[in-house]
Write a protein that binds this ligand. Structure first.
Ligand SMILES: *Cc1c(COP(=O)(O)O)cnc(C)c1O
Length: 482
């Protein structure tokens, strides 16, 4: 079908959908309409966001949404799931083909669900199954109260080694506020204090000392590639299961920007991801696994999950089919090229970047050299229509709430068609805002970590400059709601 025809179909689909919604709750139709206006009018640099295609969006709005389909393909606890079977089997097949994985599980509702499925699959495989075999039991229901108590104790006392939060790790990698930190004894590896880079020898030393059951690799705010072959060597040496959480960079793996040692799929025992970040699909999760772990991951429902979101699994299948097109590889390479242009744009204007640059999809700008906290920088940038999020930098003096950094990612604006010149200009505009932001003071005259003043006219000037680029690269050009 021609692009023009798709555009016209998409426009009428959404115009009509909003009319139907408005007949029930007009304020929701209006908020939905306004969200498109807002997204169109701002520079979205949130590293974990993107813009899914109209085909992906439309797939989510169907009658699959209230189906119950607990179980697995062809083995459901409810009747009438033949079409859900088609959907889930296709999502898994596209995921296996795209990533070259022996097994894929398409049910997790989000990244955190995917990680919980992975953790409990690893615990089942490494702890529960051997314990049952030793006791000569087929399943947990056969155990005496005493044996069950002791198995529960064993399941709850395993060790996990993951990347520290301020080095770029994720809350679900064993941190106390998250359930993962309550399930596991956790220790962390960080980055080299001089270079900000992962130090594999230090990770190996920590692993030898701590002997984790699970070694987690993957990150949300580390601007560099990871050598997963080396992480696997470390895991093997200490008998750990290597789990890689590629939530942020799955698009770069799918698009063959990360290959060889940088592709986690052949090296990890279990890989988890979200589907809505650089992969550009619906909000959801996936688990990929080596054969050895497949049967355990397949028990994600009922182990961790209830009924799958069938409408979202359908949208995952559509997004994964898109990611298998050659054009997705071009997109993924542009994400990385654009991140480099953004980083170079900052460096050439004297700004400080954690690790001194990037070779993935994100840059971590250290705003302390502007005399600002991450919170002040994030707010001033938002005033100027630049949407970012504040983020800790390694050994952050301002803690996890105020922070000293701003994280910026290229997947979303790359989807809009931004290239080298635009990203250089984006760096220029951000530096302009930060240079013209003054930290405020608290009521008792102390330096504030939150308040700030932005120079007069700066926000308008930056909004005008952004509008020029945004108009040149419209978001959802096919959707005309007027
Ligand atoms: C975003 C992210 C998650 C969580 O994803 P949700 O879908 O928000 O639950 C998990 N791990 C990493 C590394 C992430 O970046």
């Amino acid at each position: 079908m021609s692009d023009q025809r798709i555009d016209s179909l998409t426009s009428s689909a959404y115009r009509q959908a909003l009319e139907v919604i408005a007949s029930v709750e007009p304020r929701i139709a209006e908020a939905t309409r306004q969200e498109l206006v807002d997204q169109r009018g701002s520079l979205k640099l949130i590293a974990s966001e993107n813009y899914a295609s109209p085909a992906v969006l439309l797939t989510m709005g169907t009658w699959f949404s209230d189906k119950y389909a607990e179980g697995t393909v062809g083995h459901r606890f409810y009747a009438g799931c033949q079409n859900v079977d088609t959907v889930e089997a296709l999502a898994a097949e596209h995921a296996r083909e795209l990533f070259g994985a022996p097994y894929a599980y398409a049910q997790p509702h989000s990244g955190i669900d995917a990680n919980l499925v992975a953790f409990w699959s690893i615990l089942a495989h490494r702890v529960e199954t051997p314990a049952l075999a030793k006791l000569g039991a087929k399943n947990v229901n056969e155990l005496s109260e005493e044996d069950w108590e002791s198995l529960r104790h064993e399941l709850g006392n395993q060790r996990l080694l993951g990347m520290s939060l301020d080095a770029g790790g994720h809350l679900t990698h064993g941190f106390r506020p998250n359930i993962s930190g309550k399930m596991f004894h956790q220790q962390q590896y960080g980055t080299d204090p001089e270079t900000g880079l992962l130090d594999y020898d230090a990770v190996a030393a920590k692993a030898r000392e701590f002997k984790p059951l699970v070694l987690v690799a993957g990150y949300s705010a580390y601007p560099r590639r990871v050598n997963f072959a080396k992480m696997r060597e470390i895991a093997d040496e200490v008998g750990a299961t290597l789990m890689v959480d590629m939530a942020h960079f799955a698009g770069l793996v799918a698009g063959k920007v990360f290959t060889g040692d940088e592709d986690p799929v052949p090296h990890a025992h279990v890989v988890t991801t979200t589907t809505h970040k650089s992969l550009r699909g619906p909000r959801g999760g996936l688990v990929l696994a080596q054969e050895e772990y497949a049967a355990d991951v397949d028990r994600g429902c009922p182990m961790v999950l209830g009924g799958p979101l069938s409408h979202v699994m359908a949208a995952k299948a559509v997004a994964l089919a898109e990611a298998r097109q050659p054009s997705f590889q071009v997109y993924a390479q542009s994400i990385a090229d654009n991140a480099k242009s953004l980083a170079d744009g900052f460096l050439s204007r004297g700004a400080t970047l954690v690790t001194g640059g990037t070779d993935n999809h994100l840059v971590l700008l250290d705003v302390s050299s502007f005399g600002l906290t991450g919170r002040q920088a994030e707010s001033a940038l938002l005033d100027a229509g630049v949407v970012t999020n504040r983020n800790s930098v390694p050994h952050d003096a301002n803690g996890a709430w105020y922070t000293s950094g701003v994280r910026l990612g290229t997947p979303a604006l790359t989807t809009r068609g931004f290239g080298h010149d635009e990203f250089d200009r984006v760096a220029e505009l951000i530096v302009h805002v930060l240079q013209n932001t003054q930290p405020g003071t608290t009521k008792d005259g102390k330096p504030s970590k939150a308040s700030y003043t932005l120079g007069e006219g700066v926000a308008d000037k930056v909004r005008d400059a952004s509008a020029e680029m945004l108009d040149k690269h419209p978001l959802y050009p096919g959707i005309d709601l007027s």
